[in-house]
Design a protein around this ligand. Structure first.
Ligand SMILES: NC(=O)c1ccc[n+]([C@@H]2O[C@H](COP(=O)([O-])OP(=O)(O)OC[C@H]3O[C@@H](n4cnc5c(N)ncnc54)[C@H](OP(=O)(O)O)[C@@H]3O)[C@@H](O)[C@H]2O)c1
Length: 273
């Protein structure tokens, strides 16, 4: 496994997105992912599956300290008291004393940044998470968050895949020494069937999904693809054993489109374009 280092955090570059995996079948699918080699699991209070994630980790037989575990506090729980309650509930469901990375899931303009970032800092000071970071933060929000934080923000988890231009926010995150965690790294299933990605994949005996993931990790981005299917979990994990040429990297970079975003809920901030 390769790792991405940022502000003292050492994060496995290929992680597993657990969203949508719930109940018994979900816990089994997450356990399969760990058995298939994943050592970085991404969950969130909002996904309603933290109990299943905790169960899957224990059932896998892999030691807790070998797994990098991320959870998130949702945007309607960013006031200090709500934040502490949400995290306490997450840890109870996971049945763990702490996570490795705690993220603010979406920014909330109704809560002062000093309060939400203060609560995030407190969680780290209290030993409830080893590292802290954010999701879906634009350049302006990142600047504000960094002004308020005393502890380093180790990642900005944002949507990144070949069909979306995120260069500006990536550059701003990197200026702060943050890692980028690419969510929806196969564009929620829009990558398979793309003629360019399929053609490049065929040349390497890889799938279009593997090409998309490789294109991301080759730029140093952490990826967290999700699948409930063990064979696809394996496929998505096997992206560190080949490389794309500079010409292939550049050709994939031409696929970005202004309307390529797949996640844009009502609480989304005004994105950088
Ligand atoms: N921070 C945030 O705001 C945020 C937002 C969205 C997502 N996330 C995180 O990012 C993770 C990944 O995002 P995502 O699940 O939305 O999108 P994704 O990983 O880009 O795509 C997942 C979808 O593609 C299918 N799939 C997976 N591997 C495949 C393969 N090799 N070939 C063909 N189809 C494949 C899956 O179906 P099957 O299950 O049927 O295989 C699923 O429908 C989430 O689980 C979550 O942890 C974070």
């Amino acid at each position: 496994m390769q790792f991405v280092e940022a502000h003292g955090a050492r994060i496995p570059i290929v992680g597993f997105g657990s969203m949508r995996l719930k109940e018994e079948a979900g816990a089994k699918a997450i356990e399969a992912a760990i058995r298939n080699g994943y050592r970085h699991i991404d969950t969130a209070a909002f996904y309603g599956n933290e109990r299943e994630v905790g169960q899957a980790i224990r059932a896998s037989g892999v030691k807790r300290e070998e797994i990098f575990l991320t959870t998130k506090v949702r945007d309607n729980n960013l006031k200090a008291d709500d934040f502490a309650r949400s995290l306490d509930n997450s840890l109870k469901l996971l049945d763990l004393p702490a996570v490795d990375l705690l993220l603010i899931h979406w920014p909330n303009p109704q809560v002062p940044m000093a309060e939400s970032i203060g609560a995030l800092n407190k969680a780290k000071r209290d030993g409830l998470t080893r590292h802290i970071g954010v999701c879906n933060h634009t350049i302006a929000l990142l600047e504000e968050a960094w002004r308020e934080t005393r502890e380093p923000l180790v990642t900005n988890q944002i949507e990144v895949h070949p069909f979306l231009d995120q260069s500006k926010v990536i550059e701003a995150s990197r200026r702060h020494g943050m890692s980028i965690t690419a969510y929806c790294p196969i564009a929620r299933g829009r990558v398979p069937g793309n003629p360019v990605l399929e053609r490049i994949g065929a040349a390497h005996r890889k799938s279009a999904s593997q090409v998309s993931l490789r294109w991301l990790v080759q730029q140093g981005f952490i990826v967290i693809p999700g699948s409930g299917k063990p064979e696809r979990q394996k496929e998505n994990f096997e992206v560190l054993d080949f490389s794309l040429s500079p010409a292939e990297m550049n050709e994939i970079a031409t696929l970005k489109r202004p309307d390529g975003r797949v996640v844009n809920p009502p609480q989304a901030p005004k994105w950088d374009v």
